[in-house]
Design a binder for this molecule. Structure first.
Ligand code: PAF
Length: 271
């Protein structure tokens, strides 16, 4: 497995594979890899001949008061996991490679980016869309894979790829969960022992709403088991993320974000 840092080096490697007629997959990550990321790599290996994994903690998707500085980083550990998983190339650019001096472009997605996370983290999807567009334009993969754990992010990236006619297939990969239902996330590392015990209640709450429970009741129940604040817990249309219309027969998704101590957990489930 090769490690490259620059866009030029990445492009040279990808060009070599392209000359050989090989199909290329990109798995964008922010590192601190867990089994959910490894599932993305597994899906990428099935979808293409060569798998590129990017590791880049993207500063533009964090607001100044968010957890950029304490975001977990472990490049050595990540490289070992990716080699074990069978990735072909890791691209780990420096911040200055992605955002050189004078960088002044930002992609603003509306539609699916506006509700839910868009209300609570208004800066977030602009940063995600900008970096993902740049990652895709640098690697020019046939397919780029993203976890359904960040379901709204996946919808925003699909919207951007469609609107900008990016020549790439955006593929979602199902969420990987612990045995007790907690969705794998790099941020789970922040949870204390007591918080970790309570955390699976978020999945339980959204699963109950997917089966018909009133979302307000489910949100109130989370507060009684130790969650500090529920930013949102709502049933939405799975494609547009507009409020779900009961009886519409359309695919739905229950999405939630809630705080356990200083950690904000998000999760979602289909119905
Ligand atoms: O989901 C993530 O890890 C990040 O938001 C992504 C897609 C790699 C962009 O920085």
């Amino acid at each position: 497995m090769e490690l490259v840092r620059t866009i030029n080096h990445l492009r040279a490697e990808v060009a070599r594979w392209r000359t050989d007629g090989q199909r290329i997959a990109l798995v964008p990550t922010m590192g601190a890899l867990h089994a959910g990321h490894i599932a993305l790599v597994g899906a990428a290996l099935s979808a293409a001949d060569k798998t590129v994994v990017s590791i880049f903690v993207n500063p533009t998707q964090f607001a100044p008061h968010e957890d950029l500085a304490r975001y977990p980083r472990d490049e050595g550990g990540d490289l070992a996991k990716l080699a074990g998983a069978g990735a072909h190339l890791v691209w780990a650019p420096a911040v200055t490679e992605m955002y050189p001096e004078g960088f002044a472009t930002r992609i603003a997605v509306e539609g699916a980016a506006l509700p839910l996370e868009g209300t609570f983290r208004p800066h977030h999807f602009g940063g995600v869309a900008t970096v993902v567009c740049k990652l895709i334009l640098a690697a020019m993969p046939d397919v780029a894979l993203f976890g359904e754990k960040d379901f709204q992010q996946l919808a925003v990236i699909r919207q951007m790829a469609r609107d900008l006619a990016l020549p790439v297939l955006i593929q979602g990969v199902p969420t990987v969960r612990e045995e007790d239902g907690l969705a794998l996330s790099s941020r789970n590392a922040y949870l204390s022992e007591d918080e970790r015990y309570v955390a699976p209640m978020l999945f339980k709450a959204i699963s109950e709403v997917a089966r018909g429970r009133d979302p307000r009741e489910a949100a109130a129940a989370l507060l009684t088991v130790g969650f500090g604040k529920v930013d949102y817990l709502e049933a939405r249309d799975a494609e547009t993320l507009a409020p779900y219309v009961p009886g519409s027969g359309r695919p739905g998704r229950v999405l939630a974000a809630a705080w356990l101590g200083k950690t904000r957990l998000i999760d979602n489930v289909g119905f």
